[in-house]
Design a protein around this ligand. Structure first.
Ligand code: SAH
Ligand code: SF4
Ligand code: F3S
Length: 447
């Protein structure tokens, strides 16, 4: 690689889960401390960070097509950007990316991106580099403190995963479970609220596995952290995602009933409704234990909206086993859900299991599952019509005077009125679409 001039502008493109979105924001803040500014909309950046996802094959392949596109655009413009590949593909395929994509000058894993500034200096001097060191502890301490926030902010409290579901790359790309220290989280939440956050979503690959100690040395779970954050009068809403059914304890369930700021929404992936498949996936719950758990949550917070993740076509899944997934969907009636075709991931146990399911069968099962999930989402939205609720205004809508925000149940709500981004306003839900609701503004901004 030839030496080049220091980048003046950057663009960070995040794929995958919300934890990548959070990491992308932190990388942007880090670049800003180096005097590198966001590239203006529509203009090429001097430095492009592709913050990648490795969860399914399609997601992982995106990185190579994106690099191809950047190189082509660079050739046409006569000036190629510096390209950094970050995120989970970087972790999983670091050296491979370097070999396959000579245009990439930096590969940095999700637990090492605090070292990006040094890598940029090297790249400017013409030296390519890979840094995929783990674990995450050092990263958070090395990042600049928060100074900007959207009204609905993300806060990573826990990283990594020890569950080793047999289909999943996350334990390999993100490493072992670690919890960020309580004090650091209370501090970061405070900064986010000072910077304008009204809502904070606590993030982790297994967020409810978070543990810590408060300033008096008392042991805490995520419920204790939520109760502490809820004391800040300027923080109006708290959410968390994603949880594994094995980490949901009584205190967290009680917190849903007792802390008003904890929003009535729970994303709790089940993956399959069949116990043989769940066992082969190394999920530590059964369909029945999952349903009993949801019952307890619903008893604590009757208006709880439920969301889940599903995989169809796990190796060996029969038609009858797939139908158990449809059954559990019928029973739970999710307000929202994500469903995927099984994607064999290199290095995971399921990738070499017998009975890989054909693409045609997976397509057909996914269609049937999504028909059920869409039916339930539409029914949940329709049942919300006539309700009055708070909406946190997150951005402008498509038309002048129109605004978009989220209901407590994480539905997108659009409405018209004299409000601003970050306002928490009372809205009557008047019409339901499949993916959003129309609202009527009742009370102007209170915050
Ligand atoms: N930690 C979270 C989710 C991580 S990944 C949890 O366990 O709930 C998000 C979702 O992607 C998973 O819940 C699963 O439904 C899906 N997923 C993960 N690996 C996959 C694979 N190999 N093929 C298809 N879907 C997958
Ligand atoms: Fe992946 Fe399972 Fe860990 Fe979730 S709990 S990140 S699905 S291994
Ligand atoms: Fe993807 Fe990594 Fe998140 S694989 S889903 S970006 S943890």
């Amino acid at each position: 690689m030839k030496p080049t001039t220091s980048p003046k502008t950057y663009r960070v493109k995040s794929f995958g889960c919300q934890m990548n979105v959070y990491d992308g924001e932190r990388m942007a803040e880090l670049l800003a401390t180096r005097g590198i500014a966001p590239a203006p909309e529509g203009e090429d950046a001097d430095l492009v960070v592709l913050n990648t996802c490795h969860i399914r094959e399609k997601a992982a392949e995106k990185v190579y097509s994106d690099i191809g596109r950047l190189v082509k655009a660079g050739d046409e413009a006569g000036k190629s950007p510096l390209i950094a590949v970050a995120g989970c593909v970087a972790q999983a395929e670091g050296e491979e990316i370097m070999a396959r994509a000579p245009a990439v000058s930096m590969v940095v894993g999700p637990q090492a991106y605090h070292r990006l500034p040094g890598m940029i200096d090297d790249a400017v001097a013409g030296k390519r580099g890979v840094d995929t060191a783990m674990p995450a502890d050092a990263k958070f301490a090395a990042l600049p403190s928060r100074r900007k926030s959207p009204p609905a902010a993300f806060l990573t409290i826990q990283e990594g995963c020890d569950k080793f579901c047999t289909y999943c790359v996350v334990p390999y790309t993100r490493g072992a479970e670690i919890s960020r220290p309580y004090i650091a989280l209370v501090e970061e939440a405070k900064r986010l609220v000072e910077a304008g956050a009204k809502e904070i979503t606590l993030l982790g690959q297994n967020v409810s596995a978070w543990t810590g100690e408060d300033d008096k040395g008392r042991k805490l779970g995520m419920a204790g952290l939520i109760r502490e954050l809820a004391k800040d009068p300027d923080l109006k809403r708290i959410r968390y995602t994603t949880s594994h059914p094995a980490d949901m304890d009584d205190e967290l369930i009680a917190t849903h009933g007792e802390v008003d700021k904890l929003m009535p929404y729970l994303h709790l992936p089940v993956q399959s409704g069949n116990d043989r498949v769940l066992k082969a996936m190394n999920r530590s719950h059964t369909a029945e234990s999952y349903l009993r758990l949801l019952e307890r949550f619903r008893a604590a917070r009757p208006d709880l909206a439920l969301s889940g993740d599903f995989i169809v076509g796990f190796p060996g899944e029969t038609e009858a086993e797939f139908e158990d997934t449809l059954k559990i969907v019928d029973e739970v009636r999710y307000a929202q859900a994500y469903s995927f075709k099984y994607s064999p991931r290199p290095g995971t146990p399921a990738a070499t299991m017998d009975g890989q399911v054909s693409k045609e069968v997976m397509d057909e099962r996914l269609q049937r599952l999504q028909a059920s999930l869409n039916r339930d989402q539409a029914a949940f939205n329709a049942a919300s019509v006539g309700k009055t609720c708070d909406v946190l205004v997150e951005r402008k809508g498509k038309h002048p005077g129109q605004w978009l925000g989220k209901s407590p149940w994480l539905q997108s709500v659009w409405f018209e009125g004299d409000v601003g981004i970050g306002d928490l306003v009372q809205v009557e839900l008047v019409e339901a679409g499949p993916n959003s609701l129309a609202g009527r503004l009742l009370v102007p901004a209170t915050v």
